[in-house]
Write a protein that binds this ligand. Structure first.
Ligand code: PRP
Length: 220
């Protein structure tokens, strides 16, 4: 039996995703050791391998088949736009992609003015402003702390992830428009989906049931 390799976006998402996999019986003890410098971990019995990667790199590993499966945020999937199947919404890491800025920037958005938009997500921002709003803007790519941009005068607005909203609030900014909802998704390499169809669909179905179970519990 071949290994099925799963790439996980480093950080909070990976922890939650591993908990979900454990709940359907796919565990990885090796991965629990915080002192380990190993990059790839295996469950020899079930023939699964796991590795952590920068979120932006997860779709790359999956498209090229270096990972059969990836677990990564919808923001990264949209931004990287790789060829792969998006098969399941895991309903973890839920947040929103938003246009944000100081309150008075709302006027600039209303009147379709040529404004500067700072973001870590130039493709998402471009698609939103050019294709959905038909507004010409200047996109400025940044790599983090995006909320700084309108404060120091680099841009009029930002396109960024909003989870609790506290980063915006603490910096005197507000959500001006919502671009799309986000959450962690499972993605699958197109060839792996054919070659390992049975094992991969069994995994998808078990996780699907878990997602439904969890959302029913939340509603109770
Ligand atoms: C993300 C995002 C916002 C913040 C939103 O940043 O870019 O800055 O979290 O969360 P909140 O609505 O709960 O305040 P992250 O911490 O990933 O770091 P970054 O600024 O380097 O992108």
């Amino acid at each position: 039996m071949n290994y099925i390799t799963i790439a996980l976006a480093k950080g909070r998402l990976a922890k939650k995703a591993m908990e979900m996999l454990a709940a359907i019986g796919i565990t990885c003890e090796e991965m629990q050791d915080p002192t380990s410098r190993k990059l790839i971990f295996a469950n020899e019995e079930l023939k699964f391998r796991f590795f952590l990667a920068k979120a932006n790199d997860v779709p790359t590993y999956v498209e090229y088949g270096a990972a059969d499966i990836g677990i990564v945020g919808k923001d990264t999937i949209l931004e990287e736009s790789r060829k792969m199947y998006e098969v399941l919404d895991l309903k973890i890491g839920q947040c929103r992609m938003c246009v944000a800025g100081p309150e008075d920037a709302a006027e600039l958005l209303k009147h379709g003015e040529l404004i500067r938009v700072a973001t870590k997500y130039p493709r998402i921002a471009k698609d939103y402003f050019y294709n959905k709003k038909h507004q010409t803007v200047e996109i400025i790519k940044l790599n983090g702390s995006i909320e700084l941009a309108p404060i120091v005068g680099l841009s009029e607005v930002i396109v960024d992830i909003v989870e609790t909203g506290s980063t915006l609030k603490e910096n005197g900014l507000v959500v001006l428009e919502e671009v799309c909802p986000l959450s962690a998704r499972m993605v699958v390499n197109q060839v792996s989906m054919k070659m390992e169809h049975e094992r991969i669909t069994t995994l998808i179905n078990a996780l699907k049931e878990l997602v439904i179970e969890r959302s029913q519990k939340r509603m109770e």
